[in-house]
Ligand binder design. Sequence first.
Ligand SMILES: C[S@@+](CC[C@H](N)C(=O)[O-])C[C@H]1O[C@@H](n2cnc3c(N)ncnc32)[C@H](O)[C@@H]1O
Length: 277
Amino acid sequence: MSSLEHRARPAMADLADRYRLYQLAVQNPRTEIDFVDRTFRQLRGRSARTLREDFCGTAAVCCEWVGRRKHNRAWGVDLDPEALAWGRRHNLGALDASGQARIALVQADVGAVETPSPDIVLAMNCSYWLLGDRRRLLRYFTRVRDSLAEGGIFFLDAFGGYDTFRLLTEERRVRDPQGGSFTYVWEQAVYEPVTGRLVCHIHFRFGDGSEWPRAFSYDWRLWTLPEIRELLTDAGFSRVMVYWQGWDSQCKPDGVFVPVETGEPDAGWIAYLTAEK
Ligand SMILES: C[S@@+](CC[C@H](N)C(=O)[O-])C[C@H]1O[C@@H](n2cnc3c(N)ncnc32)[C@H](O)[C@@H]1O
């Protein structure tokens, strides 16, 4: 028997692509753009055409946006050349020539980037929580407002609830459309009450027992909705709204986000915000 035949098969974790797993486990560009597109139309009485995705990573949401209408354009902004290259290859690469031509990926800091003025700026999956103090977050929000077109709208999300202040690990099985499944693990590893620092990790586990520990890690400030609303108002946005989910007949979140003035003290919730220029 040759030494090759003796060699163990590579573990599933060694073959995994962490960006692909992240997209499968965390992102849902279709429902995100459904909400953004519909809400912009409700608030402005017309469809938006141009969108900038801040902290875009692999630009999955830019791709969803240009696929909606043939005149839609998108800019994706991220600091990380590896994530952008992955997105260019796998996400933009799956679009036709027209779709590809209507997206520009920019490797830059969202706090300094210059782009044409879009109808919409997105900062989703709480990526702006990387900006850990009021001064930096206010400066970013002010720049977003300045860079939006007249009548433009900034969309963000946030999560919270009493479980957010606990150290915990949650697991969820995710089906892989290419076959099989994997386990997505969300770990809140550090929460520090004096500064609000929240350190989280994403781990992936596979059917053969192998694991990709800390495939992604985030060192965040746990911002609360009143703080975010106040900072958006301080940045000069004319109206800031919070959108909360209802419940379905099985008492599970129904995925329908509606504007609210008050929420519920749940263990864990996610919400969207709009900030209008
Ligand atoms: C959690 S990922 C977000 C991916 C995707 N947009 C989503 O909604 O899931 C956060 C991204 O923010 C990027 N990032 C962090 N700080 C940044 C900054 N100052 N300017 C631009 N991108 C930044 C990271 O490189 C990373 O790709």
